[in-house]
Write a protein that binds this ligand. Structure first.
Ligand code: PLP
Length: 407
């Protein structure tokens, strides 16, 4: 028998690559929107694994799907197909503009597929001149070299040598600067309909419509990265369904698997036809376990009860943060839609979002930040109202602590 390993946060630093700096407690169990650490301390979860755990922790529908599929078939590779993958693709195409689905294992991989498809499509339909990919400052699309290059934060993409070319960035919500650099050489515009990592910044409806019109004018594909906004997060299955703009390619991940790794790229049959056999692929993409879990998540999420519930919970979050702010005066506004909300810090607390995150954890609450100036909430879409109330009481204590520490 091997010797039992004493698992501590200190051991993390001894055995892991130092690219992450996780909290100093180690969670061991979750149920709904509550999590417990090694010491048995309980936390309310307003982070949801960064907009992933859309049904909370260990939702029975997901546990059932995973255990059932786990006793049937785990993996085949794409030399063979499988029932859960075909069923999930059917449900996704029935519920959206899309007619074809490509499965991956993460958001970055779904976006990588979208970008490669856009380049293929442009090359085959319009010729080699049509290469330019335009994206937006502060945008986030993942960490592969192509997706991090298309993302709009140099801090993430610099320092790794030569980047994929013909990628340009303009300011988000600024249609004129997009128009100025767009031409018939533009292959695709990639964007989040609401920027998540960049600070929870909703795209104005007129901006989104304007981007669609410019793409039509220049025969460019519009790619919506809905990795964070998708799968019920904003109160509709996908955010595009509420903003009156339909993309040509849409990517989904995070909540798509509810905690099981999966990503998907959705598009039309006409565009999809350019990913012919052999042009792209993934060993795990469309794995039966992932697809069975995702199908179970979709059956719960894509219902009026859950989607309407997101809007009700959004109001509870907004009211609670506003009440706290009336007492402590730390935020300028609460931005976002559905359960992707950002509380923007005022001048006095700018740059200190991480202090709020750490104070919240001390008081038994998990929140996120989006940059240094925004406290972000991305809880389970079915978080019980009592957990919202309890979590907000803890958040108030955290806010009070940060405020008093700056006397
Ligand atoms: C998280 C995120 C990604 C990257 O997803 P991974 O699963 O981490 O690769 C891409 N785009 C957006 C908008 C995201 O929020």
């Amino acid at each position: 028998m091997s010797e039992a390993i004493s698992v501590t946060r200190a051991l993390f630093d001894d055995v892991m690559v130092p690219n992450y700096n996780p909290a100093n407690f180690i969670p061991v169990k979750g149920e709904g929107s509550r999590v417990w650490d090694q010491e048995g301390r309980e936390y309310v979860d307003f982070a949801g694994g960064i907009a992933v755990n859309c049904l909370g922790h260990c939702h029975p529908a997901m546990v059932n799907a995973l255990t059932e599929q786990g006793q049937k078939l785990w993996h085949l590779s794409n030399v063979l197909t499988n029932e859960p993958a075909i069923r999930l693709a059917k449900k996704l195409t029935d519920a959206t503009f899309a007619e074809r689905v490509y499965f991956a294992n993460s958001g970055a991989e779904a976006n990588e597929a979208a970008l490669k498809l856009a380049r293929r499509w442009a090359l085959e339909v319009h010729g080699e001149e049509k290469q330019q990919i335009i994206a937006f400052q502060k945008g986030f699309h993942g960490r592969t070299f192509f997706t991090v290059t298309v993302g709009g934060q140099a801090a993430y993409s610099d320092g790794f040598g030569p980047k994929p070319g013909a990628v340009e960035h303009v300011e988000y919500n600024d249609l004129a600067s997009l128009e100025a650099i767009m031409s018939d050489k533009t292959c695709a515009v990639m964007m989040e309909p609401m920027q998540g990592e960049g600070g929870v910044i909703p795209g104005d409806e007129s901006f989104l419509k304007g981007v669609r019109e410019l793409c039509n004018k220049h025969n460019a594909l519009l790619i919506f990265d809905e990795v964070q906004t998708g799968f019920g997060r904003t109160g509709s299955l996908y955010a595009y369904q509420q903003c009156g703009v339909t993309p040509d390619i849409l990517t989904s991940a995070k909540a798509l698997g509810g905690g099981f790794p999966i990503g998907a790229m959705l598009t039309t049959a006409e565009i999809a036809a350019h990913l012919k056999p052999g042009t792209h692929g993934s060993t795990y993409g469309g794995n039966p376990l992932a697809c069975a879990v995702s199908e179970a998540v979709m059956d719960v999420v894509n219902t009026p009860e859950v989607l309407d519930g997101v809007k009700r919970r959004e109001q509870m979050f907004r009211d609670a943060v506003q009440a706290i702010n009336e007492k402590y005066d730390v935020f300028t506004e609460v931005r976002g839609q559905g359960l992707l909300l950002g509380a923007a810090l005022n001048d006095k607390f700018k740059g200190k979002a991480r202090e709020f995150l750490l104070a919240a954890a001390e008081h038994g609450l998990m929140v996120l930040i989006a940059g240094a100036d925004v406290v972000r909430f991305t809880p389970s879409l079915v978080i019980p109202e009592t957990d919202i109330a309890e979590g907000m009481q803890r958040f108030e204590k955290a806010v009070a602590q940060v405020v008093s520490s700056h006397g």
